[in-house]
Design a binder for this molecule. Structure first.
Ligand code: HPA
Ligand code: ZN
Length: 326
């Protein structure tokens, strides 16, 4: 069976990866030591054992604790560089990385420190790894819209170092409508717009991400399959879904990988993509997500080509470069 080989070798774009979710336990401990930050786990093994999640919130609690070791610009650089090298090994030639400034500003780390470190790694990846990399600033939806506005304000002097904004963290109870004004402002600023919707939340959140926030693509979106009218809209308007199968498995969105709906999304003509979300926490980077999903759901070689083409179509790469990839 040569399918896993083909899947691994395909050039692809990764469009749904939280850089703080690429922080491996080994790097968490190294940075804790370097910065003299206390973490409530004895060692790497104990920390890895805590990675048993029942839903999104049980993951987020540990994910935010892990990020507390990030203090200096070099820390952010080192984290991003480790991911970018790993992405290159999986034949990811383009990546759009999410970052969560509020996770850091809440601890007194300036937005400038976060963005400068991440952006320097992106520049070096282009030059030294042949991986093009850009940044998408995510607002934490469990915090207020006012807090999101303050974060945007603090980030705007660095407008040239990120290409868009997104919306992540605890979904249920925090619908897209809560961020209508700040997304409208970002739209005026010419930023690309995306949002997590339909991960644990209902199809109604996907509708409002589209109609209220006016996002260009939907992160996760797997709950859309419960709403035929929504499926038709996504297919007709070619609105991409950035699906993350191992994340969905680890956060119990689906009971097992064989039950994942990626194949039916693709076969319904949606521009679905496969991504890693938080690879250090969910047990796999890009190729691990692809290979395990192919094996479990019966995707074939045509699906592989479709998924790779979708990843470039769904990307914010500027034409004509974009067409060259597709
Ligand atoms: N969902 C919501 N927030 C997140 C995720 C996710 O999958 N990963 C990191 N922050
Ligand atoms: Zn995500």
């Amino acid at each position: 069976d040569r399918l896993p080989e083909l899947v691994r070798a395909l050039p692809k774009a990764e469009l749904h990866m939280h850089i703080e979710g690429s922080l491996e336990p080994e790097l968490i401990f190294a940075l804790a030591q370097r910065n003299k930050v206390e973490i409530p786990y004895a060692d790497v093994e104990t920390l890895r054992h805590a990675y048993a999640f029942t839903n999104l919130q049980s993951f987020l609690d540990i994910y935010y604790a892990g990020a507390s070791v990030l203090i200096t610009e070099q820390d952010f650089y080192d984290m991003a560089w480790a991911y970018l090298k790993r992405a290159q090994a999986d034949n990811v030639v383009h990546t759009e990385m999410f970052f969560d400034p509020q996770t850091h500003t809440a601890r007194g780390v300036p937005v400038k420190t976060v963005i400068d470190g991440l952006h320097r790694a992106c520049v070096d990846a282009g030059r030294q790894l042949g991986v093009s990399a850009s940044l998408i600033l995510c607002f934490l939806r469990h915090l207020s819209e006012e807090d999101a506005f303050a974060t945007l304000e603090e980030a705007l002097p660095h407008r040239d170092k990120f290409i868009g904004v997104g919306l992540d963290s605890s979904e249920v109870g925090h619908p897209p409508e809560k961020f209508a004004r700040v997304f409208a402002r970002c739209r005026e600023l010419g930023l690309h717009l995306v949002a997590h919707a339909g991960e644990e939340g209902p199809p109604a959140y996907v509708w409002s991400a589209l109609d209220v926030l006016k996002v260009e693509r939907v992160d996760h979106g797997v709950q859309s399959s419960k709403d035929p009218a929504l499926m038709q809209r996504l297919a007709e308007e070619r609105i991409p879904l950035t699906v993350c199968p191992l994340s969905n498995l680890k956060l119990c969105v689906f009971p097992d990988l064989a039950a994942h709906n990626i194949k039916s999304l693709l076969d319904a003509g949606l521009v679905a993509t496969i991504n890693s979300d938080d690879p250090a926490y969910f047990g796999g980077y890009m190729n691990e997500n692809w290979v395990q999903t192919f094996a479990a759901t019966g995707l074939d070689a045509r699906h592989a080509w479709q998924l790779a083409a979708n990843s470039f179509e769904a990307s914010f790469i500027e034409p004509p470069q974009k067409q060259a990839y597709m």
